[in-house]
Design a protein around this ligand. Structure first.
Ligand code: NAP
Length: 284
C-alpha cells in the first residue's frame, strides 16, 4: 500500500514502457513488506539534467538507468564507482550525503550464473559477439573471472578499434583483443565461453542468430554458450549449439536488479521472487 511514508525507487529510460524492472522490484518489495514503491519514469534525453535534479528534490531513494541514459547520466553524478568507470556506463543510482552516486550492476548480473559453474577460468577463452553497451559489462565480468583471453568480435572496424582503446584498467586491457566477424570460425574452435551481446535473435526476430548453423558446429563440446537475450527462451543461438552448457539473459537481468535493490535497501533481497515474477510475466 502506498502511504505518506512510502519511499520511491524507480527506473529512468526513453522509452520505458518495455522495462521489466518494475515487475521484479515491486514483487521483491511486496515480499519483504518494506515501505517502498518502484516506478517507471520516461525521460526524454533533453530533460535528463532537470529530471535527475528533480528526482533528488523529490526525495527519490535510488533509481535504475536504462537506454539511452546510461552514459549521459555520468556527468550529472557526484561519485561513480570504479566498476561503472571501467565499464563506462551507470545502471544504478543511489543517494549519498552530497549528491547522486552511480554504479553498474550489469557485470555482477552477468557473472552470477557463471560463478555457480565450477571451471578453471584462468585457462578460459571468452569470445564476445558485439561491441555495444552490454559487451562492456561482459568484458569487465570476464576480466573479473580471470579469463586468459577475451576476444570481442564486431562488424565495424572503427567501433572495434575505439572499443579496444577505451579500457584503462591494465587487468582488462592486457587480455582483451578485437577481431572482425570473418575471424569467427577460428575463434569458435577455441572458445570456452561464447557470449552473444548483439540483439540478433531477439523477439520478434526469433529465427535469426548471430552465427550460422555451420559455425555453431565449431564450438567445442563443454563450452558455455551465453545469450544476453531473454525473449524468446531459448533463442535460436542457444538451440544451435549442441553439447554446450547454455545460459540465457534472464538470470543476468534478475541478478543485476537484485544487486541494485540490495544496495538501496541495505538488506538481502528475495532473488527467487524476482526471478519467478519475470518468468510468470514472460510466459504469459
Ligand atoms: P547496443 O549498445 O546497441 O549494442 C549492440 C551491439 O550489437 C553493437 O555492437 C552492434 O554492432 C551489434 N549488432 C547489432 N546488430 C547486429 C548484426 N545484425 N550483426 C552483428 N552485430 C550486430 O545494445 P546493448 O545495450 O549492448 O544490448 C545488446 C543486447 O543485450 C540486447 O538484446 C539487450 O536486450 C541485451 N541485454 C541484456 C541484458 C540482460 O540483463 N540480460 C542487459 C543488457 C543488454 P554495431 O555497433 O556495429 O552496430
Amino acid at each position: 500500500m502506498i502511504r505518506g511514508t512510502t519511499q520511491v525507487l524507480g527506473v529512468i529510460g526513453y522509452p520505458i514502457e518495455h522495462s521489466l524492472s518494475p515487475i521484479m522490484h515491486n514483487a521483491a518489495i511486496a515480499t519483504l513488506g518494506v515501505d517502498y514503491a518502484y516506478l517507471p519514469f520516461a525521460i526524454a534525453p533533453h530533460d535528463l539534467p532537470t529530471a535527475v535534479a528533480g528526482l533528488w528534490a523529490l526525495g527519490v531513494q535510488g533509481f535504475n538507468v536504462t537506454i539511452p541514459h546510461k552514459q549521459a547520466i555520468m556527468p550529472l553524478l557526484h561519485e561513480i564507482s570504479p566498476v561503472a568507470q571501467a565499464i563506462g556506463a551507470v545502471n544504478t543510482v543511489y543517494r549519498t550525503a552530497t549528491g547522486w552516486g552511480g554504479t553498474n550492476t550489469d557485470a555482477i548480473g552477468f557473472l552470477a550464473p557463471l560463478k555457480a559453474m565450477p571451471r578453471n577460468w584462468s585457462t578460459a577463452h571468452a569470445v564476445i559477439l558485439g561491441n555495444g553497451g552490454a559487451a562492456r559489462a561482459v568484458v569487465a565480468g570476464c576480466a573479473q573471472l580471470g579469463c586468459e583471453s577475451i576476444t570481442v568480435v564486431g562488424r565495424d572496424a572503427a567501433k572495434l578499434n575505439a572499443f579496444l582503446h577505451s579500457w584503462s584498467d591494465p587487468h582488462i586491457a592486457q587480455r582483451l583483443s578485437v577481431k572482425p566477424w570473418e575471424a569467427l570460425p577460428t575463434l569458435l574452435r577455441e572458445a570456452t565461453l561464447l557470449v552473444n551481446t548483439t540483439p540478433v535473435g531477439m523477439h520478434p526476430h526469433d529465427t535469426d542468430s548471430p552465427i550460422t548453423d555451420e559455425e555453431a558446429t565449431l564450438v567445442p563440446a563443454g563450452a558455455i554458450a551465453y545469450d544476453l537475450i531473454y525473449t524468446p527462451r531459448p533463442t535460436r543461438f542457444l538451440r544451435q549449439i549442441q553439447g554446450a552448457t547454455t545460459l540465457d539473459g534472464l538470470e543476468m537481468l534478475v541478478q543485476q536488479g537484485a544487486a541494485a535493490l540490495e544496495l538501496w535497501l541495505q538488506q538481502p533481497v528475495p532473488v527467487d521472487v524476482m526471478r519467478r515474477s519475470l518468468e510468470a510475466h514472460l510466459s504469459r
